[in-house]
Design a protein around this ligand. Structure first.
Ligand code: AHR
Length: 661
């Protein structure tokens, strides 16, 4: 059964089994009581989940164009090609100075014999390099010259091999000292799959490392920074928090491959690269050239959070590697360094500049604290081995920082034995925030809009830390971000919003995917080397996070919330800062529905409401690079008569109605 028919069947079931009236005309109205706030909506309610998966960091938001710039990939020349006419014209030798430099041992030695010989290197980038006409490109390299005499010609090539921008660099490094040389130049044309070429003029011997090329138009024009178009899409969401660096990346396939934040700070040539765990995870989507260079490290993630006004939420390894892979755990008597990493991270983010780690932060250019308030201990870990480690972390962190909030894992699934066990244990521990993950089919989301209606109001709060409707099934390569997934998530999110008393945070996952280098689909935002676009699901997330409000208010029909009756899902908030009521309505049916809404408890309402609607008649509709706005929110208005609205909800639509009070 295709998606559309399947969803239609489910919706029909919901309609038939619903206690609601049979026809739209005879429907009772929806009553939104703006004077009866139920709970505060946390400023953190809608956030983003960032992980270096699908080339999210290297080859993604990290704007470095050179792949394997330091020759540290398992195969040192991966991404590079050497060209020369004749074998004896010179050589490119990979040297490994393991004893002298353990974080960045390899470099290449270029030896060119005669001035008329030909010798050069090309770098293919991350599935090509996106080059923009008229834009400045910043080239840099670490070099030393055992036998001076070589000049570097740096060229950008189009896919057809045509020179689209070049410059020359005459290194000044002398003796045995490494020196960073840099030069900028402008591209004369655009290329979607460009390359970098470096050829050598003269004769001599030169050592090269950290060969780097960045576009000038990075986010906030920071040298060595992030891809601005991708970050802008995040900033546009006005997210309440950003979770980083993952995801399974935190755990690693084994403990040696776990994410270690301390190794991601400082000069980039000192950040030791590791293989990205998604490199080999899926045989059906191999990515042998996927490594974590940590050009983006924890300092940059904190800075990003600050830039986009999101609370930082780092997730730290809890002494366990991914349980789907090696499932290694650290013995409890060796857990101390892991716990210390967590304590030091808080000091790094918040400590006075005179503290050990506060000083490090200041030395990186940020003396002011980042005001870190929360942290996740473990990603998707489960079992008693998790609980016993978590207790040790929690005790140590709470003893030192009693008001610090901890996110705890409830495992990989929102139900089942593992979940039930952890949910019980975490509640006994009075966990601050329980992280629930659901990668499920759209019908699960539609059927679970009331999941939190009966969750306990006291005690642990919920972080819906990773979720995405799967149009096919989890880790299937056929999953799409389409209207069916967007509508299902929007419907489910009415339940998160209605239960803001319990649900304090939520984020879709994963966030980014490169269209030629992804491992996991669906994803919120798709990119290629030049373009990026938000999916249908992106617009759902954005509509929620930019219409967050400050307090949930009841939106009831016959005294009950709308959780799928007549395929309708409704929630409402008021915003005490802007004095607005904001109603969210999802019509998951393929037919139009007229809804009568009464706004109760307001002294006066504006003459009309602003209606922003995401809609498509076809559940298979998607956005693409060619049609990035195929399904995008559209604004209309609706008249308000007294305190009543007659709203037409289009088939398969998600509408946000904003009314001044
Ligand atoms: O979002 C992709 C992966 O899904 C995350 O890394 C992991 O936490 C979950 O299993």
């Amino acid at each position: 059964m295709n998606n559309k028919r399947l969803l239609a069947a489910i919706i029909t079931t919901l309609i038939v089994s619903s206690p609601g009236p049979a026809t739209a005309q005879s429907k009772p109205g929806i009553i939104v009581s703006v004077n009866k706030p139920i709970a505060s909506v946390q400023p953190t309610m809608w956030g983003i989940f960032f992980e270096d998966i699908n080339f999210g960091a290297d080859g993604g938001i990290y704007a470095e164009l050179v792949k394997n710039r330091s020759f540290e990939f398992s195969m040192p020349m991966m991404g590079w090609a050497v060209y020369q006419n004749k074998f004896n014209e010179g050589s490119v030798l990979v040297l490994n100075r393991q004893e002298e430099n353990i974080t960045n041992p390899r470099f290449v030695r270029i030896t060119k014999n005669g001035v008329n010989d030909t010798l050069g290197l090309t770098n293919e980038g991350f599935r090509g390099m996106g080059i923009k006409k008229g834009l400045r490109y910043d080239f840099s390299v670490l070099c030393r010259q055992p036998t001076p005499g070589l000049k570097l010609h740096i060229e950008l090539l189009s896919a057809a091999g045509i020179d689209i921008g070049n410059t020359t660099l005459s290194p000044t490094a002398s003796g045995n000292e490494w020196k960073k040389e840099a030069i900028s130049f402008t591209a004369t044309d655009t290329a979607w799959k460009g390359k970098l070429k470096i050829w050598f003029e003269g004769s001599g011997v030169i050592d090269l490392d950290m060969i780097s090329l960045f576009p000038a138009d990075t986010w906030k024009n920071r040298p060595g920074g992030m891809r601005a178009d991708m970050i802008q899409l995040l900033a546009d969401m006005k997210p309440g928090f950003i979770r980083f660096p993952g995801g399974c990346i935190v755990e690693g396939r084994d403990l040696a491959g776990r994410y270690q934040w301390k190794k991601t700070l400082g000069p980039i040539e000192e950040r030791r690269l590791i293989v990205n765990r998604w490199n080999t995870e899926f045989a059906h989507r191999p990515a042998p050239d996927y490594f974590q260079t940590f050009g983006l490290g924890f300092f940059e993630y904190f800075q990003l959070a600050e830039d986009i006004g999101a609370e930082p939420l780092p997730i730290i390894n809890c002494g366990m590697a991914c349980q789907f892979n090696t499932a290694e755990v650290v013995p409890l008597n060796e857990l101390d360094p892991y716990v210390q990493d967590a304590l030091d991270l808080i000091e790094f983010a918040n400590g006075d500049v005179n503290t050990q780690w506060g000083k490090v932060r200041a030395s990186l250019g940020h003396p002011a604290p980042f005001n870190l308030k929360m942290m996740g201990v473990g990603n998707e870990n489960w079992g008693p081995q998790y609980v016993e480690r978590l207790k040790i972390f929690s005790k140590a962190i709470k003893e030192k920082y009693p008001n610090f909030r901890l996110v705890n894992s409830s495992g990989t699934d929102p139900d089942g034995d593992r979940f039930d066990y952890l949910n019980g244990e975490l509640r006994k521990m009075n966990a601050d925030l329980i992280d629930e993950h659901y990668y499920r089919r759209p019908e699960w989301f539609l059927a679970n809009a009331s999941r939190y209606d009966n969750y306990p109001r006291n005690g642990s709060k919920i972080f819906a830390g990773e979720y995405a409707a799967q149009s096919d099934k989890t880790v299937s390569i056929h999953n799409k971000n389409n209207m069916a997934t967007a509508i299902a998530e929007a419907a489910f999110m009415t339940g998160l919003e209605r239960n803001a008393a319990v649900v304090n945070m939520a984020s879709y996952a994963p966030l980014f995917a490169h269209d030629e280098a992804w491992q996991w689909t669906p994803d919120l935002i798709w990119v290629n080397n030049v373009q990026s676009y938000g999916t249908t699901d992106y617009y759902v997330q954005k509509l929620y996070s930019t219409n967050k409000g400050t307090h949930v208010v009841p939106a009831l029909i016959n005294g009950k919330p709308l959780t799928g009756q007549d395929s309708l899902y409704v929630s409402a908030v008021i915003d005490k800062k802007t004095n607005e009521v904001i109603i969210k309505i999802v019509n998951a049916a393929g037919t139009e529905q007229i809804n009568n809404i009464t706004i109760a408890g307001a002294k006066k309402l504006g003459p009309q409401g602003l209606v922003t609607t995401l809609q498509s008649d076809d559940l298979n509709s998607v956005n693409t690079f060619n049609e990035p706005q195929n399904v995008a929110p559209k604004e209309t208005s609706v008249a308000i008569k007294g305190n009543k609205i007659n709203l037409t909800s289009l088939p398969y639509s998600f509408s946000v109605i904003k009314i001044k009070m």
